[in-house]
Design a binder for this molecule. Sequence first.
Ligand code: ADP
Length: 159
Amino acid sequence: MRRVIYPGTFDPVTNGHIDIVKRAIDLFDEVVVTVAKNPAKTSMFTVEERVEMLRKSLDEFPNVIVDWFDGLVVDHAKALGAVGIIRGLRAISDFEYEFQMALMNRKLSAGLKTIFLMPHEKYTYLNSTIIRNLAQFKSDISEFVPEAVAEKLKAKFQS
Ligand code: ADP
């Protein structure tokens, strides 16, 4: 059973994230999508809300599990018996940070591999920050996010 972990902030999950999860499912037996409680980032949604949106968006995939953690990704990956960490690469701009993280994680846990997957090119410009900004100004974001996220954002910003 080859299990991988896909960690991220997911504030909120977008169709770009979902695209990466689907690619990971094609390669591995089980994908654990993990919401990271990152103290360095202030988030719009609580961890519980982010987990709920992910669960609703991924409930059609039986071999996907959604959880959250507060700590080092490598520790969580080890506790789950994961063989690797999935990360998405959109553009060169992602590369430097992702490269540093991957090498540090390898240093912390030599056996754990980082696997980079590229989304469909239509998602390369998509990120959670842009979605949050558009939603605040009541722009229609339904083509960029799963239905559960579009509903949640609409409810949050409807006055
Ligand atoms: P983090 O704060 O860990 O970067 P994110 O939720 O922003 O959390 O992203 C989690 C992972 O998903 C990262 O590897 C990021 O590069 C990737 N990712 C984010 N948006 C997209 C997208 N539109 N297409 C593909 N990968 C993405």
